[in-house]
Design a protein around this ligand. Structure first.
Ligand SMILES: Nc1ncnc2c1ncn2[C@@H]1O[C@H](COP(=O)(O)OP(=O)(O)OP(=O)(O)O)[C@@H](O)[C@H]1O
Ligand SMILES: [Mg+2]
Length: 293
């Protein structure tokens, strides 16, 4: 197998410092997306293809060039892989394997290739806001995923639209690059200095995180609430500007969402499960209960 750009590959989009073939079997085809920490490629698993696998495509994540220079960069990527591997849920991305390309020493992991678009894209496509039925499906799916990972002792740490994929089957939470495990054995993964790697998006990071507090279930509630609120409005609002109830939100959802949006963690007195119930809007009593708090 040649370690050269293949015909048809979007070579121009692939970092020139990266071999086109990683781990002797994954041929990079094109960039799927790039965030503050990593670059995700669509790659063809040539080994599986050789055995007749009808769907040999995977998504493959490497660290961005500046981060990859750090001594403990591989640990950072491995931690993301390991935490994600510990999870198994329909609303959470599935990872396959971690590897280091021997020749280039590039660390990478593979995962399922998700279809659809991120909620960032949805925000862009729906400037007047996402209709309630769709928003409700997105919100309950996301809260479902967060509820599950919290029960597994994992905090995502970076809930925002570009870390949630939406396709016909619903949402998928991914990018556990800033995730934290609360208990052994995963909390035993090598700890890295968070100051060097933490790159929160201020519009979705709870204010206490920006002040140095650790990620918590409450900060995840805040991130999810900001995401739901912004999808309802159809645009990104800046921190502190989330006051008016979005038009299409059923009235009884608003009291719960408003509490979840509170920038003061002491006054953000709502759990993920309570927010989930409010977003389902199944019981008319919900609004009165939250309004009375
Ligand atoms: N499994 C996947 N399937 C398809 N596309 C993906 C997949 N994983 C990531 N992407 C795309 O790549 C983009 C960047 O991925 P990811 O969020 O993991 O990178 P990141 O650098 O950690 O991001 P951040 O800036 O949030 O730290 C995503 O927004 C998405 O568009
Ligand atoms: Mg991301």
């Amino acid at each position: 197998m040649e370690n050269q750009p293949q015909p048809g590959a979007c070579a121009a989009l692939i970092s020139s410092s990266l071999p086109m073939l990683l781990g002797g079997r994954y041929r990079l085809e094109r960039v799927l997306g790039e965030g503050g920490m990593g670059i995700v490629y669509r790659a063809r698993d040539l080994l599986h293809e050789q055995f007749g696998e009808p769907r040999p495509l995977v998504a493959l994540k490497v660290l961005g060039e500046s981060l990859a220079q750090s001594q403990d960069a591989h640990l950072l990527l491995y931690k993301e892989f390991s935490l994600t591997r510990s999870l198994g849920h329909a609303r959470v991305v599935r990872v396959f394997s971690f590897d280091v390309d021997t020749a280039s020493e590039v660390a990478f992991f593979t995962m399922e290739l998700m279809s659809g678009a991120t909620l960032d894209q949805l925000l862009f496509d729906c400037p007047r806001g996402v209709p309630w039925q769709e928003l409700r499906r997105i919100a309950t799916g996301l809260l479902d995923a967060l509820g599950y990972i919290h029960r597994q002792g994992v905090l995502h740490g970076d809930v925002k639209p570009s870390n949630v994929m939406l396709d016909d089957d619903g949402v998928r939470l991914f990018d556990f690059g800033l995730a934290q495990a609360l208990a052994p054995p995963l909390s035993g993964l090598p700890a890295l200095n968070p100051q060097r790697f933490t790159a929160w998006t201020p519009a979705y990071a709870a204010p206490e995180l920006l002040d140095g507090a650790p990620v918590s279930a409450s900060s995840e509630v805040y991130g999810a609430a900001c995401l739901v609120y912004d999808l309802a409005l159809g645009r990104r609002s800046t921190q502190g500007a989330r006051l008016a109830p979005p038009r299409q939100l059923p009235r009884r959802c608003w009291p719960a969402l408003k509490i979840a949006l509170n920038g003061d963690p002491q006054r953000r007195t709502i759990t993920l499960d309570e927010l989930q119930v409010a977003m389902q809007c199944e019981h008319s009593v919900v609004g009165r209960w939250f309004a009375a708090r």
